[in-house]
Design a protein around this ligand. Sequence first.
Ligand code: IP8
Length: 257
Amino acid sequence: MILVKLGGSVITDKWQYRTFRPETVARLAQEVSSSGEEVVLVHGAGSYGHVMAKRFELQKGRVRPGQEEGVSKVSLDVRELDLLVLKELVSAGLNAVAISPGSCATLRDGKLAHLDLDRFRAYLEIGVVPVTYGDVTLDVTRSFGICSGDQLITRLAEGLRPKRVIFVTDVDGVFDRDPHLHSDAQLLADIDRSVLDGLPRSERCDDVTGSIYAKIEYMLALSAHTDECTIINGMAPGRLESALRGASTLCSKVRGG
Ligand code: IP8
């Protein structure tokens, strides 16, 4: 089984509230389907989650009155995004079902405390593709919080031991500087703890779930539970299918160790 995270920057336009990318998602769904591989899919929230989560400060938990409106809004928005993703997956011939973290995951102090992994196992056993996503969930100490796709995929890797984990982003992998801001940024073929420690920490961050550095921390943690963890560019046609088939493709590889 292969775990795939479709990043929010690929499936949505991150700068425009609730802007889906139907053609990109349709192509990626077709690539998953054509690969014939057994997968579990996780997707990010993109502009369906981060914009409102930030406005209502949901990542901090309950800190002020009025946040309940944000809990409801973000829950609704990410469900609508998930439905759009699911429709493309089903149109591509995949038998996909949604597993909403809001109903089967709980946080403690902002960290994932419980996820019903048996639900994922049971769907895999009957040949159905489980699809989950970054969501707003209950938090036993903070009332509510944001459960990111990276928290989910890390727990799924620990529990399901995939042969491969693929992060699909809108750039070729991890760079020594933000490639959206620096045209001479260099792609880093191999990422380990020492590479992460050497990266500059001053880049912008608009995600409530943290910068690329926070994401790499999750990748380093989950790479202990899989043979290979790669970051690829989902905007480049064919890369996801190559990565799923285990063929060599432009990417960054994460090595925990
Ligand atoms: O896009 C964030 O998940 P991510 C979830 O995987 C929300 O970081 C609701 C902002």
